[in-house]
Design a protein around this ligand. Sequence first.
Ligand SMILES: [Zn+2]
Length: 243
Amino acid sequence: MTEENDEAWKELSEISADPPEMRDQCSQCRRPITVCWCPGLPKTPLCPQSRIIILQHPAEVKRCLRTAPMLSLSLEQNKCLLFRGKKFPSKHEGLMEILKEENTILLYPSVDAVDINELPKVGVNGQRPYNLSMYHSSPCLSSLKACKLVQNTASSYVIRTQPAEGCLSTLESGAFSLSILENQSWYKDAMLGPLHYLCKFQLENGAVTHQSKEFLIKQKTYPKLVGKRLARQLKISSNAIHN
Ligand SMILES: [Zn+2]
């Protein structure tokens, strides 16, 4: 047997009997390793005095709440609670109690919502930490004091087309609100890290203002859907662009 053959057999014997995982996934953000944004997270999760309560409608999971995991991972575990459902607070353990607390406020731009900057800061004049409920508005929440973010900052979430101008991602809304309520302006920069990391990566890899399907295919988000012919086409068109 030649040396080359020996090598080949050795290689074969070292291959695991189990098929390799299709995609390596980050254990923290659950995204493919190639698009993991965890390096942008604060080194240690932040521990504000207030809590964020995300009320998430099932229809919103895919649409505009993609940054919710960034928000929850940038904060200590008990500082970001996520409740999913079509109606609140039905059957959500502990949610009713939170909504009844006097210091629970709703981030929602209703007509009578006050500018969040006008709310007393945590610790000033004995102001207790807030429970900041985000996003969902339903009749049972109408008794909560509503506040809104009033600012000119455009969303940093440049990759995804926002539903409306001035619309902030979940992460941005949470980060700006906490910075204001707790009077810790550095919070927002620390918390926006993963979003900046993700956007920088995507811009460097050819995404322009939104995640095109072509971009997703190249990132292997759609591995099974691409036939050989399409893959060849994509290769050709990307070569044409880069040359
Ligand atoms: Zn990750």
